[in-house]
Design a binder for this molecule. Structure first.
Ligand code: HEM
Length: 765
């Protein structure tokens, strides 16, 4: 294989560093994880994934080494292709025995997955740089004479980390352009906190409230296997928990709030967090796709299905891939001569900054901007003839998840600031609204300030859009979710506190905020101007996944939006949690065994080492439950108390938070309230650009931002909606409960008119 890198230099010469790398590749349990990281952070070096380095024999050509070292530019999506190519040319494809299946190789591979003789309680002492003896004993590293730090000195380990890209993402942001950083957010969230510039930045580790709970104290999910001495109590299979207490056919409509309460929650979540998935969807050990195997072999961690499952039979399982670890945590921490438990990565900026509109990296933001007209706009897609407004642009590149069934849909995915914009039609409609809102604001600012250039228009519009999202979230949405009790717990805003880290908590992203899954109706309603079903009818949720063609062919975004604010949402009832579209038909178009969102959430919690519910009760000043009876004040549901979990110490966080009885006047139970307020307080107090932080806006501008509402954004950016209720989260009947858009207050952008040309003033740029 020849390097395609144009400036890759003399390919027949290997420097010391490169040879060291090759040498280290022999320890591929480590190297492969570094590779996983390298792909995540841009320079994808798939060629070194295990299985393709046959025991570091001569067969690995120098060119291969070189092309691995220079990192052929490839996006993560290309990795499997590269793997495939390598596999094709491998010894195996010519009928020879697979060298990586030699006992040594497979036992080394197992060291990541099956430290069966590890006894965490007795042996694990998480001391940074915990010593070689501990490493081999605790993590069952291969004992046949391999001790990685005997063979590779710390100096070389660092070099390997650097070469592999493992340390490349430890970016040190440059916050020196203080004129910019005083006024505007960066796209990746860095430099928000000037003392800790990476706090809240994209592609950094999730925060932890409590130390992670892994089965081996280090990187293996709880419930992964039972200790041989029977010390562990079995954890129920996530799919069993789902079928026993989560899936529901019965839906009770919310008597107060619309389905928009759910939709804002998801849209908001996609401004705050997205966990980086493992870079490959295929087993590292032999390249088999995780969708076709039922093994727990990294990165596959398939969801096992109980024998008597109501839907899935014949020993089949559900697709699941572990989240990518932070480089230098879990196995790769050993490379750095230390022992740190596995941590996961947030792809997004944690701040509520409309990163779902603008992207979470500089590069993403560039792909979304229309730099041609210097008007500060975002790129636009097709025009809707009836309104003259634009749809989102299409994502370019290889066929995507939106075009799985060519006969049904030749329409590609839409491109937006968050990669999940096409996940279901209601969400896509929200993305469309907000990208239009940016362009509307930028255009209006341009008319008010003809001397502003494209960059200034873009940044000012972006600032206003982000501030509106914060206002809608804290002034309109959170009070409905948290009620009076929760808002009191959240407390008043008292100004920016640079000591608060606004990073997203792992337990928030992996369990608490997924409470929104219990608000989802199984049907997306689609209503016409008189709030009657459209000709094509309502749509069951599973037909709304990744189907942007329906926006183009079935009436645009208006019917979906009316269906969100014109129909009650699903009430949170502890005995009616996730609708069956989510537990039995999730992404059915793409998977031979449809997925189950409840089982995924539980499995994800274990993947991330989320400690059990009881530990969070203690964090939240509730009692530590010794007996199931001790839960009776917060959880009436007997299923979780009596049948599924052997001990109160074992209960997974997600299902327990979901079955907590609601605090009156709220949509949450007590521990969930505590976790949500903890996160939302940090997001507010630790954000230097919080819209109410004095100096971010002038007092007059802030008064205007406080006029913002989702109703107004719908009036301004839907195709034709003219009738709606002032508060679109609150149930209202057509026509009596609704008003005309003329009666909905708007943000007066004249307060952004630059009145100080040539002199210091409000907006002297
Ligand atoms: C129809 C609507 C929705 C669908 C189909 C959906 C589906 C999903 C799926 C497939 C995942 C990835 C699970 C995993 O692999 O771990 C996910 C993650 C998540 N969902 Fe939803 N979801 C919906 C609505 C919501 C709502 C309303 C909320 C909150 C109010 C929410 C909050 C979250 C959070 C916090 C995550 C984790 C994101 C991360 O990786 O950081 N979702 N959802």
């Amino acid at each position: 294989m020849r390097s395609k890198h144009p400036s890759s230099g003399p390919q027949n010469l290997l420097t010391d560093a490169q040879q060291t790398f090759l040498y280290a590749a022999c320890f591929y349990p480590y190297v492969r994880i570094i590779m996983e990281q390298a792909c995540v952070f841009g320079a994808c070096k798939c060629f070194f994934l295990p299985g393709y380095i046959p025991g570091c024999e001569e067969s690995l050509s120098r060119q291969q080494v070189w092309s691995g070292l220079v990192g052929l530019p490839a996006s993560p999506a290309h990795c499997p292709v590269s793997i495939h190519t390598m596999q094709h040319h491998s010894a195996l494809s010519h009928g020879a025995a697979a060298p990586w299946q030699s006992p040594t190789a497979s036992s080394m591979a197992r060291s990541e997955t099956q430290p069966s003789h590890a006894h965490p309680d007795r042996d694990y002492h998480p001391q940074p740089g915990g010593g070689r003896g501990c490493l081999t004993r605790c993590f069952a590293l291969p004992s046949a004479g391999y001790r990685y730090n005997d063979l590779v000195s710390p100096h070389y380990l660092t070099m390997i980390a650097n070469l592999s890209g493992c340390s490349a993402h430890r970016r040190t942001p440059n916050c020196s352009d203080i004129c910019f950083h005083q006024k505007y957010r960066t796209h990746d969230g860095s430099c928000n906190n000037l003392q800790h510039p990476m706090w809240g930045a994209s592609l950094t580790a999730f925060q932890r409230l409590l130390k992670p709970a892994y089965q081996n104290g280090f990187n293996l999910p709880r419930g992964f296997s039972l200790a041989e001495d029977g010390r562990d109590l079995p954890l129920p299979l996530p799919r069993l928990v789902s079928t026993a207490m989560i899936g529901t056919e019965t839906i009770t409509p919310d008597d107060q709030f619309t389905h928009m309460l759910m939709q804002w929650g998801q849209f908001l979540d996609h401004d705050m967090d997205q966990t980086v998935a493992a870079i490959s969807m295929s087993r590292f050990s032999d390249g088999a796709p995780c969708s076709e195997v039922c093994s727990n072999d990294p990165p596959c961690f398939s969801i096992a299905v109980p024998a008597n499952d109501p839907r899935v039979r014949n020993g089949r399982c559900m697709f699941f891939v572990r989240s990518s670890p932070v480089c230098g945590s879990g196995m790769t921490s050993l490379l750095m001569n230390s022992v740190y438990a596995r941590e996961q990565i947030n792809h997004l900026t944690s701040y509520i900054d409309a990163s779902n509109v603008y992207g979470s990296t500089e590069q993403e933001s560039r792909e979304l901007r229309d730099l041609s007209g210097r008007k500060g706009l975002l790129k636009r897609g097709r025009v809707v003839p009836s309104s003259g407004k634009h749809l989102l642009p299409f994502a370019v590149g290889p066929p995507t998840e939106c075009m799985r069934d060519e006969s049904e849909s030749p329409v590609p995915c839409f491109l937006a600031g968050d990669h999940r914009a096409n996940e279901q039609l209601g969400l896509t409609a929200m993305h469309t609204l907000w990208f239009r809102e940016h362009n509307r604001v930028a255009t209006e600012l341009g008319a008010l300030n003809p001397h502003w250039d494209g960059d200034l228009l873009y940044h000012e519009a972006r600032k206003i859009v982000g501030a509106q999202m914060q206002h809608i979230t804290y002034a309109h949405w959170l009070p409905k979710v948290l009620g009076e009790a929760g808002m009191k717990m959240l407390g008043e805003y008292k100004g920016y506190n640079p000591n608060v880290n606004a990073g997203i908590l792992n337990a928030f992203a992996t369990a608490a905020f997924r409470f929104g899954h219990t608000l989802i109706n199984p049907i997306l309603y689609r209503l016409n101007e008189t709030f009657q079903p459209i000709r094509q009818g309502h749509i069951p949720l599973h037909k709304a996944f990744f189907s942007p063609f329906r926006i183009i062919q079935e009436g645009g975004i208006d019917p979906l939006l009316r269906g969100l604010f014109g129909v009650p949402g699903k009430m949170r009832v502890p005995s009616e949690l996730l609708n069956m579209e989510l537990t039995e038909k999730l992404f059915s178009m793409a998977h031979s065994v449809s997925l189950d969102l409840a089982a995924i959430n539980i499995q994800r919690g274990r993947d991330h080492g989320i400690p059990p519910y009881n530990d969070f009760r203690v964090f939240c000043n509730l009692s530590s439950a010794q007996e199931f009876e001790d839960l009776r004040n917060e959880i009436k549901n007997l299923e979780i108390r009596e049948n599924l979990y052997g001990t109160t110490k074992n209960i997974d966080l997600f299902p327990a938070l979901m079955v907590e009885d609601l605090v009156p006047g709220t949509r949450v139970g007590p521990t969930l309230m505590c976790l949500l307020t903890t996160q939302f307080r940090r997001l507010r107090d630790g954000d230097r650009f919080w819209y109410e932080n004095p100096g971010v806006f002038t007092p007059a501008q802030l008064t205007q931002i406080r006029q913002a509402s989702l109703a107004r954004v719908i009036c301004d950016n839907s195709d034709h909606i003219q009738q709606l209720q002032r508060d679109v989260f609150r149930v209202a009947s057509y026509l009596q409960g609704m008003v005309s858009c003329e009666d909905i207050p708007a943000v007066d952008l004249r307060l952004w008119q630059d009145c100080c040309e040539g002199e210091e003033g409000m907006l002297c740029h």
